[in-house]
Structures are given as structure tokens and as C-alpha cells.
Design a protein around this ligand. Structure first.
Ligand SMILES: [Ca+2]
Length: 295
């Protein structure tokens, strides 16, 4: 009797393992890029959403740089949710969820060893994303103005230039061009938002400043923080020179705004620094500023 029971359970075990092997054949989810759809008040559709977080049937599959092929152990219809991610605050490798855009929530069909693709993941800003500031210089006006303390020899104006972001969005655009003369004894050039902005969340919610930059020298983004006790300048992030290629930044300003008095007002300051001992003209192009947070 004992021997019979043992044989039975061994047989069951091997059956089980066969089943498991059959179940373990993965299907693949192929994702390559996002398409951002915007309303006119949200600015243009340029983005650098370069990675995804994926849930399949509410199970977290992980974070993946695009393009990717994600093995999933499902057959037939499955609920798929995709969250866009960005390199935040100039990080070279650490992706963080970009929470101000929608999560794609869809149902896809999977078959073992077959690939199911979404070639262009449709995404938009959430309806509760407050768009605080948008500037693409296309109307030839600028909401970014030079600081009165700049050297009068230096200059800034809107000019037509070629735009391309990692091989995409290729077009000619109007961008803000700033120049520091080689002979200038001043080593920097300040551009500030014309307006003060207020009403930001102070509970740590992401406050995302997006912008594209191309320049020969270092550029710094800072905040001019106006409180009941006065104004102070807070340097925030430095962007390294990129003379030939546009680079896009997703800067989360919450680290300097969270925990501050809710009544504070802020101006945003882009400062171009001419590198020390460099005798040439410093040139920098700026475009596609967008500042958003979730209400
Ligand atoms: Ca533009």
C-alpha cells in the first residue's frame, strides 16, 4: 500500500512538472516608443519618454528602457498597463515614472512564443495636470527675459534653427539663442521667467520642468524664491555643454519647493556660464519649456 501511494505521488509530481514546463513558455510584449498627444495649452508633442513600467494582469513586470521585448507568462487576453518613465534631473541611467502623463490601460492578446506589439504607445497629459508655463518661442515672443544685470554687449534673441531629439522630431524651429561675447568680463548671462509663479504643491508632488537645450557651455537652472522674508536665488541643476545635439531635461523641482511656505512665489532662471579660460563666444539655444504638476 505504501509503495503504491509513493508511485502515485511520483507520477503526480512528474505530471505537475510537465504542466509547469508547458505553462512556462512565454509570450512577448514588444514596446518601442510613445506618442504624446497634447492640447494646444499644453504645448507641443515633443518628449523624451524613454522607458516604461509595465503591469500585466496587475502584476508588476519591471522597468525597461525602450525599445524592449518583455517576456510574459500569459495566454489569451490580458490587461496591460504602461507608465512612461524619464531620466529625471539629468541622471544618465536612473529612470523614474513620469506621473504627469496618463497610464495606458489596455487589453492585449498573447500566444506562447509570439510577440504582441504596441508600436507607438498613445499617451497624454492627465486631466488633473496643471500646466503652469509653456514656451516654445513659435509666436516670436518670449516669456523668458534677460536679467537687467547682464552685460549689454551680450545678447539674446529668437532665431530659426534645426531641431532634432535623438533622431526624432526633426524640424526647423524658433528657439531662444543667447550669446556671451568672448571679450566679456562677465562670465554668465541670466534669463528669467517674466512672471512669478505660485500655488505649487508643497507635499512632495512632482513639479516637472521640461526643456530642450543645445549649447557650447554650461547652463544652470535655478529658482528665484520670493517669500515673506525676501528673495533668494537657489541653484538647482547644471546642464553640461552639448554644442551639436539638443538634449531634453525633465527636472523635478519638488526638492526645493516641497516643505516651503505655500504662499511662496517663484521665478525660474536659466543662466549660461562661459567656461573659465575659454576665449570663444558662448552660445546656447533653449526651447520647449513646459512646467506641470498634478493638482
Ligand atoms: Ca520652438
Amino acid at each position: 500500500m505504501f509503495r503504491y501511494a509513493l508511485i502515485c505521488s511520483l507520477a503526480l509530481l512528474s505530471l505537475n512538472s510537465c504542466d509547469r514546463e508547458k505553462e512556462a513558455l512565454p509570450a512577448y510584449l514588444h514596446l518601442d516608443s510613445f506618442t504624446l498627444k497634447t492640447e494646444s495649452f499644453q504645448g507641443n508633442n515633443i518628449h523624451l519618454l524613454k522607458a516604461v513600467q509595465v503591469l500585466v494582469n496587475n502584476r508588476f513586470m519591471g522597468s525597461f528602457p525602450l525599445p524592449c521585448d518583455i517576456p510574459v507568462i500569459v495566454e489569451g487576453e490580458a490587461k496591460v498597463q504602461i507608465q512612461a518613465m524619464v531620466l529625471e534631473n539629468g541622471s544618465a541611467s536612473v529612470f523614474k515614472p513620469f506621473v504627469n502623463t496618463t497610464i495606458l490601460d489596455t487589453t492585449l492578446n498573447f500566444s506562447p512564443l509570439k510577440t504582441t506589439s504596441i508600436s507607438s504607445i498613445p499617451i497624454k497629459y492627465r486631466t488633473n495636470a496643471e500646466v503652469v508655463w509653456v514656451e516654445d518661442f513659435e509666436d516670436l515672443g518670449s516669456t523668458l527675459i534677460p536679467n537687467a544685470g547682464n552685460n549689454a554687449l551680450d545678447t539674446q534673441y529668437i532665431t530659426k534653427t534645426d531641431f532634432s531629439l535623438e533622431g526624432k522630431f526633426n524640424h526647423t524651429t524658433n528657439a531662444l539663442y543667447s550669446r556671451i561675447q568672448a571679450t566679456d568680463s562677465f562670465k554668465y548671462y541670466d534669463l528669467r521667467s517674466f512672471s512669478y509663479f505660485s500655488g505649487f504643491p508643497i507635499n512632495g508632488t512632482a513639479i516637472m520642468m521640461e526643456f530642450d537645450v543645445k549649447g557650447s557651455d554650461v547652463m544652470q537652472l535655478g529658482l528665484q524664491r520670493k517669500s515673506s522674508t525676501g528673495e533668494e536665488y537657489v541653484p538647482y541643476i547644471e546642464v553640461y555643454p552639448s554644442p551639436d545635439k539638443w538634449k531634453r531635461f525633465y527636472v523635478n523641482l519638488a526638492y526645493e519647493i516641497a516643505g516651503q511656505p505655500a504662499s511662496n512665489e517663484y521665478r525660474f532662471v536659466y543662466t549660461v556660464y562661459r567656461q573659465k579660460d575659454n576665449p570663444r563666444v558662448a552660445e546656447i539655444y533653449l526651447d520647449n519649456i513646459r512646467l506641470t504638476y498634478l493638482k
